[in-house]
Design a protein around this ligand. Structure first.
Ligand code: NAI
Length: 329
C-alpha cells in the first residue's frame, strides 16, 4: 500500500512517521500538489493532501491514471477539491472534520490579549532596554462586550472563555444556538452585535454569503475603536476596508491569523524577498495590527489528531469499511 503525502513540512513528516503504520509504503513530499509535482504520486494507491494542494479535474485525472483510488485530506475544508470529477473518476475523498477547536479558540484569545496589552511591542522594547510605558496603555476586558460571529465549536469556546474574563458575550448565527443560553451567550441579530460590541471575532465558515462580511458598510456600523479578530478565513474580511478603517481609527485593533491572499505568502519563508502584496504590507505597517500566519490550529494535539484521523480514514478505505469522513459532491 503506497501512500504519498503532499505539502509536508518537517513537522508534518515527523508526525506522519509516528502515526502511519510502518507496514505502509509512506512517502512525503514537501511541495504542494500541482501539475509539476503530481508525478510523485505515480504508483500510489492513496494521496494525502492539505489546504493549498490543487485537486482540480486535471490533477485528479492524472492521479486516476496513476492508479490512485483515494485522496485523504489532512484538513477540514474541501473547497479546493473538484468533488464531481473525483466521483466520476472513482476516487474517494475523505477529510479531518475538526482538528482542535481548543487550539483555535486559545489562539484567538491570545491575539486579543496581545493586541490589547501590546505584548508584541513589549517583547522588543524590554530586550532593547526600553522600559518606558508610553504607548502601552491597554483596557480591562472585564465589563466589555464581545461579539462572536458563528456560534459553532470554536465560536462557543471563545465565548465561554471571554465570559470567564467577565465580559458580556453576544453571538450571531443564522441558526438557533441551543447550547448558547446555558453557556450565558446571548444570541442577537448581526446589526445588534455590530452596534454593541467592543470586540468582534469571526468564527463562521467562508461561503458566498460570508465572503467580505467585514467591509466598509459593516465596519461603519461598529463602535469606534472596535477590536476585530479573524481566525476564520481570510476572505471573511475585505482588506482595503480594513486599511481605511484603521486609518480613520474606526478600527482600534486588528488581529488576523488568516488573510484573503494568504496562499501566496503563508507557510513559507519570504523574508529575503520583496513582498508584492501592497495591501498586506500596508496592514502590517499599522502599530495596532497583529498578524500570524495561519497558525491558530498548530498545536501538538491538533497535528496528532490530523495525522491519526487521516491514518484511520485510509485504514477504513483499505478494510472496505464505511468511510465516516467521506465527502461527496
Ligand atoms: P462549526 O461548523 O462548528 O461552526 C461554524 C458556525 O458558523 C455554525 O454554527 C454555523 O451555523 C455558523 N454560520 C454559518 N453561516 C453563518 C453566517 N452567515 N453568519 C454567521 N455564522 C454562520 O465550525 P468551527 O469548527 O467552529 O470552525 C469555524 C471556522 O474556523 C471554520 O469554518 C474555519 O474557517 C475556521 N478554522 C480556522 C483554523 C485556523 O487555523 N485559523 C483552523 C480550523 C478552522
Amino acid at each position: 500500500m503506497k501512500v504519498v503525502s503532499f505539502s509536508c513540512k518537517i513537522y508534518d513528516r515527523q508526525q506522519l512517521c509516528r502515526s502511519f503504520p510502518p507496514s505502509w509504503d509512506s512517502q512525503t513530499v514537501e511541495p504542494i500538489l500541482d501539475k509539476h509535482t503530481v508525478v510523485y504520486a505515480k504508483d500510489a494507491d492513496v494521496v494525502s493532501a492539505f489546504v493549498n494542494d490543487q485537486l482540480n479535474a486535471e490533477i485528479l485525472q492524472i492521479l486516476a491514471g496513476y492508479g490512485v483510488k483515494m485522496v485523504a485530506l489532512r484538513c477540514a475544508g474541501f473547497n479546493h477539491v473538484d468533488l464531481a470529477a473525483a466521483h466520476r473518476l472513482g476516487i474517494k475523498i475523505t477529510r479531518v472534520p475538526a482538528y482542535s477547536p481548543y487550539a483555535v479558540a486559545e489562539h484567538t484569545i491570545g491575539l486579543m490579549l496581545a493586541l490589547n496589552r501590546k505584548l508584541y511591542k513589549a517583547y522588543n522594547r524590554v530586550r532593547e532596554g526600553n522600559f518606558a510605558l508610553n504607548g502601552m496603555l491597554g483596557f480591562d476586558f472585564y465589563g466589555k462586550t464581545v461579539g462572536v460571529i458563528g456560534a459553532g465549536k470554536i465560536g462557543r469556546l471563545v465565548g465561554e472563555r471571554m465570559k470567564a474574563f467577565g465580559c458580556q458575550v453576544l453571538v450571531y448565527d443564522p441558526y438557533e444556538c441551543s447550547a448558547c443560553e446555558a453557556l450565558g451567550l446571548e444570541q442577537v441579530p448581526l446589526a445588534t452585535l455590530y452596534q454593541r460590541c467592543d470586540v468582534i471575532t469571526l468564527h463562521c465558515p467562508l461561503t458566498a454569503e460570508t465572503n467580505h462580511l467585514i467591509n466598509a458598510d459593516s465596519i461603519a456600523k461598529m463602535k469606534k475603536g472596535v477590536m476585530l479578530i479573524n481566525t476564520g478565513r481570510g476572505a471573511l474580511m475585505e482588506p482595503e476596508s480594513l486599511v481605511a478603517g484603521l486609518k480613520s481609527a474606526q478600527i482600534g485593533y486588528l488581529g488576523m491569523d488568516v488573510y484573503e491572499k494568504e496562499g501566496a505568502l503563508f507557510f513559507e519563508d519570504h523574508s529575503c524577498e520583496i513582498i508584492q502584496d501592497d495591501v498586506f504590507e500596508r496592514l502590517l505597517s499599522f502599530p495596532n495590527v497583529l498578524v500570524t500566519g495561519h497558525q491558530a490550529y498548530f498545536t501538538q494535539e491538533a497535528i496528532t489528531h490530523i495525522a491519526e484521523t487521516t491514518r484511520d480514514n485510509i485504514q477504513m478505505f483499505m478494510d472496505g469499511e464505511l468511510l465516516l469522513n467521506e465527502v461527496t459532491a
